[in-house]
Design a protein around this ligand. Structure first.
Ligand SMILES: [Ca+2]
Ligand SMILES: [Ca+2]
Length: 282
């Protein structure tokens, strides 16, 4: 009888192992080439940063020149981060058992959702791992607003003519993803001037800058990289927990870099050669 129980227990363990291997294989078959993720190109040139009619830390609006770069068309996904995490287990995302789910189970179940629950160091480490870095605030804002100074990536009205659900995953109702994350790229009509998606809503995105509420008063005109030191890092773009009016291209929030929250992710930037096309100044 004891032998039968022991045999049953062994089968149970073996079954669990098969299930685990099966799940990992399921993810592996969906893997992408992380050394060549999808980017959009942002030519060198000027744009207007900040907004004189918004919060004090967005003032004054000022002209900024940036060298050419390319930035992720999408927020970094669970599927992409999972591959990094397998090689770098010290960068484990936070668990959110009551809504978003635990890691790594949620990477298997929702491979195309943006990764969340990652600290600033986790995000920068991932970006370095794929040959890039986090965008500066200026780079992020130009990729979102374009050279045409849009307050939302698609234009200057939060809803244009259609319903909100066509443009961004915010807290506002009727956008198909209430109180949670949407797979990246779910709102193609909400793309930016340069073709980047989800720059409004879904998840807030880490940038490389330290936060200062008065930085715009003295920031350099060319390739600003933020204050030299600080306590908080800047996040941009608003998330699924925000009203659409907070998901603007100029909105600035700041977080302690060690925080791992359910509404904060990131996207990756790579510099381009100085010989890339220069945009015509408006
Ligand atoms: Ca929503
Ligand atoms: Ca976003």
């Amino acid at each position: 009888m004891k032998f039968c129980k022991l045999l049953g227990f062994c089968y149970l363990i073996w079954g669990c192992c098969l299930l685990l291997v099966g799940q990992q294989n399921k993810l592996a078959t969906k893997s992408v080439n992380l050394k060549n993720p999808e980017f959009v190109k942002i030519p060198a040139g000027w744009f207007t940063m900040g907004h004189d009619q918004r919060a004090p830390d967005q003032k004054p609006s000022h002209r900024v020149y940036l060298e050419a770069f390319e930035i992720g068309r999408f927020e970094v996904t669970n599927q992409e981060y999972y591959q990094f995490w397998q090689a770098n287990k010290s960068h484990t995302p936070q668990d959110f058992p009551h809504n978003i789910g635990n890691w790594p189970e949620r990477a298997l179940e929702y491979p195309n959702q943006p990764v969340v629950g990652v600290s600033w160091v986790d995000a920068e480490s991932f970006a370095n791992w794929v040959g890039g870095r986090l965008p500066t605030e200026a780079e992020w804002e130009k990729a979102a607003a374009g050279p045409v100074d849009r307050l939302w990536p698609w234009g200057n009205n939060p809803t244009t003519k259609g319903p909100i659900f066509a443009l961004a995953n915010s807290w506002n109702g009727n956008d198909q993803y209430d109180n949670g994350l949407a797979p990246v790229g779910s709102y193609p009509q909400g793309k930016s001037y340069y073709g980047a998606l989800d720059m409004a809503g879904n998840v807030w995105e880490w940038t490389s800058d330290w936060y200062s509420e008065i930085y715009y008063a003295y920031s350099p005109t060319h390739n600003p990289t933020g204050p030299k030191k600080g306590s908080w890092r800047v996040i941009r773009g608003g998330g699924w927990i925000d009203n659409i009016n907070r998901c603007t291209t100029t909105m600035r929030l700041h977080l302690y870099p060690k925080l791992k929250l359910s509404f904060v992710g990131f996207r990756v930037l790579r510099p381009l050669s100085p010989n890339s096309t220069t945009e015509t100044e408006k």
